[in-house]
Design a protein around this ligand. Structure first.
Ligand SMILES: Cc1cc2nc3c(=O)[nH]c(=O)nc-3n(C[C@H](O)[C@H](O)[C@H](O)COP(=O)(O)OP(=O)(O)OC[C@H]3O[C@@H](n4cnc5c(N)ncnc54)[C@H](O)[C@@H]3O)c2cc1C
Length: 419
């Protein structure tokens, strides 16, 4: 199949679908390719939050001292598999470098240029698809059972947020309970981020956006990509299990699976899978109005389709490593502690690959040696959040409304330079 003059977007997660839609709005002929239905990858089972307040990178000074515990203690919210230490070493070394205060500040500044605009960048896509009812201005509630964790959070994570203009409301126990009456009496404090939005279900949200893309004449091809061949300055040949597609340009949006493809296209990137888990409770017996994050245990309870999804855990391991659902099951008693009466009957488990980079920043923009190749992956913990923004930025780049230099913190070659 030849698509002269077209752009092939590889990957139909929150990122690829949003890029395809924004390019389509600019009148481009777009082919969207995924081995699965849209929204089946990491975008399937996340907490469903458009987190316009997530300006804090994962690597911060406090995390350096915690690395030995992450290796030795499987119960840590972030765990590193020993077996994969060798292959993860370059990532971890860079991660430790990114935890230095000057780097934390630079990375937080870069995130602050993206996440606060996230909902506004989705808005035109949401309105065009007629799915306003799928997104609510719910805010995000962090709760604390001890004074010490509350004070630490205010002095560290939430201080960075406030320094970068994020609105944070402090709540006492009564105010927290008014917002979420089901929470345990042990909750003493809350920090509320009013500028966050909740999707009813992230998979259904992405699928609805993708339907709008095809309703508007966009092509979706369900096929596994097995090879990409470049012709400098010319078309790109994409081999799939369903045949060959030739396009003028390629946007690489395979999420955590992008690294070998980036290498094939000539760029070494530091990208690894930071696996996360969910436990879905179809009959929770307790209602939630918004996502609640435990300050002590670093997991979240999210209202998905009116049910409860327990979301959490970070585990650095290779993309192909099998899931360890014990990590998901460990979240159940913690969730019952925070939301007493939670019913686990009929629960289901899921694991997803967060596309994580050591500096918590995505790779966005053209590859200098071949401007027909555009990177749009590595969105870490905020890929659902940043779909609309990434789509808009890539469309703006291709239409020359912005320059690659406007996206320099997200340069596709920043890890290659350091390697
Ligand atoms: C537990 C958990 C909770 C999270 N909560 C949130 C949240 O509340 N808010 C938020 O913003 N982010 C959240 N995240 C992060 C977010 O889910 C990811 O950043 C985001 O889904 C990444 O989107 P993506 O489009 O880049 O990748 P994906 O959604 O993984 O899409 C990549 C696509 O590429 C396809 N693909 C890969 N290789 C091939 C191939 N060879 N051929 C064809 N297709 C291929 C896959 O099938 C997949 O559909 C969470 C993540 C986890 C794990």
């Amino acid at each position: 199949m030849t698509h002269r003059g077209t752009i092939a977007v590889l990957g139909a997660g929150a990122i690829g679908v949003s890029v395809a839609l924004y390019l389509q709005r600019d009148g481009r002929d777009v082919v969207l390719i995924d081995q699965d239905e849209p929204g089946s990858g990491c975008s399937y089972g996340n907490a469903g939050l458009i987190q316009c307040a997530s300006v804090v990178p994962v690597a911060t000074p406090g995390i350096v001292g915690a690395v030995p515990r992450m290796l030795l203690d499987k119960n840590q919210p972030l765990h590193i598999r020993w077996r994969h230490l060798g292959s993860l070493a370059p990532y971890l070394l860079r991660f430790l470098r990114e935890a230095q205060p000057a780097r934390v500040e630079a990375n937080a500044r870069a995130l602050s240029s993206l996440v606060p605009r996230a909902y506004e960048d989705y808005r035109p896509l949401i309105e065009a698809a007629g799915i306003q009812s799928m997104v609510r201005p719910s805010g995000e509630l962090h709760v604390f059972e001890t004074d010490a964790t509350f004070e630490n959070a205010k002095a560290a994570n939430f201080a960075i947020r406030r320094a970068h203009g994020v609105r944070v409301d402090e709540l006492d126990a009564d105010a927290v309970r008014q917002m979420e009456p089901g929470l345990a009496r042990s909750v003493r404090h809350g920090l509320f981020l009013p500028d966050c939005y909740q999707t009813v279900n992230p998979q259904r949200f992405v699928a609805a956006l993708a339907r709008n893309f095809t309703d508007n004449g966009g092509h979706f091809i369900k096929a596994k990509v097995t090879d990409i061949a470049l012709h400098p300055g010319g078309p790109v040949a994409i081999t799939t299990e369903g045949g060959e597609i030739v396009s003028e340009m390629v946007v690489l949006a395979f999420g955590a699976f992008s690294k070998p493809w980036a290498r094939k296209l000539g760029i070494a990137v530091q990208l690894d899978s930071e696996r996360g888990y969910h436990v879905m409770l179809p009959e929770p017996g307790v209602a939630l109005n918004r996502t609640v994050v435990s300050g002590e245990y670093k997991f979240a309870l999210s209202p998905i389709d009116g049910k409860v999804r327990i979301v959490g855990s970070s585990e650095l391991a290779r993309v192909g490593a099998p899931p360890n659902y014990e990590r998901a099951m460990r979240l159940l008693p913690l969730a019952r502690h925070l939301l007493p009466g939670l019913n686990e009957a009929g629960h289901s488990l899921w694991m997803g690959h967060r596309p994580s980079t050591p500096d918590s920043l995505p790779l966005l923009g053209p590859v200098p040696a071949n401007p027909n190749i555009i990177f749009a992956f590595g969105h870490n913990h905020s890929g659902l959040t940043l779909g609309g923004t990434t789509g808009k930025l890539i469309a703006d780049l291709l239409a020359k409304r912005i320059q690659p230099s406007d996206l320099s913190p997200f340069s596709p070659t920043r890890f290659a330079r350091a390697a």
